[in-house]
Design a protein around this ligand. Sequence first.
Ligand code: BJW
Ligand code: ZN
Length: 320
Amino acid sequence: MNTQLADFQECLRLLRRIVALVGAGILALLGLATFRGLQGLWKNYNMIDLATPDAFYVDPGLVWQFYTWRRHTALQARPNAGHAALAKLSQLKDIEFLTITQNVDGLSTRAGHRSRHLHEIHGLLFELRCTSFTCSYVEKNNVKDPLTPALAEAAEQFRHGDASGKKSGELKNLESTSATSPWSSPGFLPVREIPVDELPKCPVCLALLRPGVVWFGESLPVRALDGIDDFIQQGADLILVVGTSGTVYPANGYVDVVRSRGGSVAIFNTDIEDDVVEGKVPNTWAFKGDAAYWLPRALAPLIGLDEETSGAGPSSRGRE
Ligand code: BJW
Ligand code: ZN
């Protein structure tokens, strides 16, 4: 039993303005890889190195194969009890609530999260943008999988739980965690070279399309940043910090802003510093374990705990 749960829940009843900052850990046990954890590899590439404009400029075929895998795995995944808990919070009438998600998988929306209380600050896998400076083509909610025939292998190799595209027996030889999930990284397998004209093209100007996500060095959507600033400046009683390493700017700044304005912090993560877990950091609660397990339980006084939020699958098991 988490010793901080009762204390958190007692305070929770008094709070009216809540922010959630969400990262890849909310879906880690669904089999989707986090960026900086042990699974943060795609083939022999560090996922972080592929999330840059430079990587796309140098080898768009490589980066498109990576995002084909990401799109495919996100389409296969289903929102979990953590997503459901935040979605329920967004639907409450007497709580002012905002979710800032760094995730690009669209799972919050699929869980029923109210869109006006949700900012997807790193974009979406299912949005496509033209790379030409003179063209403003943007396509939303494109779930075609794969986007072009040349990308079929990057998606297809996971469709049957066979990350290698080879016979299932050969999968065991992969040097990665890939054998544990049909969605995990395909390990150190070679990447195909795909010519640019076989990649997704803009229907307006025929330039290369790119995923509508925010890479390092790129600016975040201004409307989202303004919306978040407005909300936090009016005061937030609490920030829920859910499954994020807090290493990426500007998302990582929101915790300190809320705290400096008198708000409390509740951390849901498998990896939390001992001081916080031991309750030594003022106005900070720690729920160490799977966020998808702890989030609905911690928020139960506000959202109730039903089948949807309690979660029945293995993804919701808590670890303390
Ligand atoms: C669990 C769990 C379970 C596991 N339950 N928990 C120096 C040089 C260049 C740039 C910079 C610089 N200093 C600062 C910058 C700015 C840069 C930045 O922050 N860099 C730092 C890395 C240093 N930021 C930017 O460039 C941003 N733009 C910007 O700032 O523009 C202005 C500017 C430009 C240049 C200089 C200065 C200003 C844009 C950032 C865009 C980030 N994009 C990505 C990719 C998105 C597309 C995609 O998904 O492919 O966003 S990177 C990646 O990191 C992704 C994530 O959203 C983001 C955050 O990761 P997250 O979610 O926290 O995942 P992990 O893996 O890090 O953590 C998982 C956590 O879960 C861990 O804590 C686990 O313990 C936990 N966990 N299982 C609960 N079951
Ligand atoms: Zn175009």
